[in-house]
Design a protein around this ligand. Structure first.
Ligand code: NAD
Length: 482
């Protein structure tokens, strides 16, 4: 089994303690590779390296920083197959999907590089004569980037890319379960020519390494994506030194299918999109509220679509859904399915271990459709983060808006209706960051994601808005009086 290293100040290093931990191949349950387990001393070294690199990096022209991000995009294209292999073997992403992720990753980096050159400050009228005041965008400083395991490559680059391009130096702490993807990503940054100390990589468990980052006085900003509960722990830790925190957190996203919806299309498109990446996405619908008049039809068509999904080994070209990314998540989803059964929901399809002997040892689960759920059931209240479609019945617009909003989360929602005015009215009433009408959720680099609704986040990610989060507006005032 191969051992990997961390990247601090432009050098590949072991943890000071010499300790390592394994990552796993979720398709076989076997150990995949070893990464260092950092402690406070390693974190301190990385923070010192990032602090030392900051002044020069921050002073580089925007053009020069953007050029390096373009070179990184080229590296991602050149080494796409290695990234795909890691996505497949360390995360369980079906190979077809992993290829799409690698290309999307390069595209997103090119987008990040290009928009960074259009970031603007502001000039404001001043109340004093012969005085001009302006706001200039400057980097925040040393940024800790803590990423989740669910879409590993995309998550890392969509946080490290905007942080670095705006002149911040970074310390990446990837999710423990797929840290080797983090190693590969940082290796490509090194090859692209980022100066030493601008990006650093620390590996190890979130509880210790993440905490060492969140409390370190040398860190100016935390960019975190992960569970809401973890986010709240980090916010508390980071408050000790008043760090800026931007966080994309959990979701339990409602999708509402009205009686006047194109039900066939809604069921087919939602089912077709739901189970990709084993539904381990923050944007996956957690609750399908379907009007009682079209409920049976929706359940039937949705289920027929789900039956077409081929569960298999992720390195096989025909596989539509691979394993879940880790054992803990599989156990959690099994618990939620069993609880739903006990609480009276109807398992329409799936939810059991596949029968194929080749999948015996991996963290596989057949995609599940669970109908006749009620709003108070555990499976409707909690974020599932696994291949389960939860279907509930409603009878009036007023009722469904109330139910949809009754959640501690507010990430995104969907509405299916052929009545445009009604759909728009519903978007006004839904307390979420994003709403998709007559389409499944579709995130693109150009639009911001997340935001500040309830416990789903603090600040924006992606697009120009997400990039601006990595900058401070510095006020500069000058007199031109004689
Ligand atoms: P997680 O919160 O368990 O872990 C995320 C990261 O935080 C990991 O790197 C982990 O090691 C680290 N961490 C854990 N404890 C920490 C601590 N005390 N201090 C600092 N860091 C710590 O999340 P996960 O299970 O990896 O990811 C799934 C969650 O992420 C889901 O809730 C999902 O909705 C959310 N997510 C949200 C978005 C979004 O855009 N809103 C996108 C992807 C994932």
């Amino acid at each position: 089994m191969k051992s990997y290293k961390m990247y601090i100040n432009g050098e590949w290093v072991d943890a000071v303690s010499g300790k390592t931990m394994p990552t796993y191949n979720p398709s076989t349950g076997e150990e995949y590779g070893l990464v260092p387990v950092a402690d406070k001393e390693d974190v301190d070294k990385a923070v010192k390296a990032a602090s030392a690199a900051l002044p020069e990096w921050a002073k580089k022209t925007q053009q020069d920083r953007a050029k390096l991000i373009m070179r990184l995009a080229a590296q991602v294209r050149e080494h796409a197959e290695e990234l795909v292999e890691l996505e497949v073997y360390e995360h369980g992403t079906p190979v077809m999907l992993a290829r799409g992720f690698a290309m999307a990753a390069a595209d997103q980096l090119e987008y990040i590089a290009s928009i960074s050159r259009g970031l603007m400050g502001q000039v404001l009228p001043h109340s004093m004569p012969n005085t001009v005041g302006y706001l200039k965008r400057v980097p925040i400083g040393v940024c800790a980037v803590i990423t989740p395991w669910n879409v590993p490559l995309m998550m890392m680059l969509s946080m490290v890319g905007p942080a670095a391009v705006t002149g911040n130096t970074c310390i990446l702490k990837p999710a423990s379960v797929n840290s080797i993807l983090g190693v590969k990503f940082i290796e490509l940054m090194g090859k692209a020519g980022f100066p030493k100390g601008v990006v650093n990589l620390i590996t190890g468990p979130g509880g210790s390494v993440g905490d060492a980052l969140s409390t370190h006085p040398g860190i100016d900003m935390i960019r975190f994506t992960g569970a809401s509960d973890t986010g709240k722990v980090i916010l508390k830790a980071a408050s000790q030194t008043a760090k800026k925190c931007v966080m994309e957190l959990g979701g339990n996203n409602p999708v509402i299918v009205c009686e006047d919806a194109n039900v066939e299309k809604a069921a087919k498109m939602q089912a077709g999109r739901h189970y990709g990446n084993s539904a381990q996405n923050c944007s996956t619908p957690g609750r399908y509220y379907v009007h009682e008049k079209v409920y049976d039809k929706f359940v039937e068509v949705f289920t027929e679509e789900v039956k077409k999904i081929k569960v298999g080994l992720p390195w096989e070209e025909s596989t539509g859904m691979g394993p879940m990314a880790n054992k803990q998540q599989l156990e959690r989803v099994n618990y939620l399915i069993n609880t739903a059964k006990e609480q009276g929901a109807r398992i329409v399809y799936g939810g059991e271990k596949p029968k194929d002997a080749a999948l015996e040892k991996g963290f596989f689960l057949m995609p599940a459709v669970i109908a006749d759920c009620t709003h108070d059931m555990t499976i409707a209240r909690e974020e599932i983060f696994g291949p389960v479609g939860v279907i509930l019945k409603f009878s009036s617009e007023e009722e469904v808006i109330k139910l949809a909003n009754d959640s501690e989360y507010g990430l995104c929602a969907g509405v299916w209706s052929e009545d445009g005015a009604k759909a728009l009215r519903m978007t006004d009433d839904l307390r979420v960051d994003s709403v998709f009408i007559n389409m499944p959720r579709m995130m693109t680099s150009e639009f911001p994601w997340g935001g500040n609704v309830k416990e789903s986040g603090v600040g924006k990610s992606d697009s120009v808005c997400g990039m601006e989060e990595f900058t401070d507006l510095k006020f500069i005032c000058t007199s031109y009086d004689k």
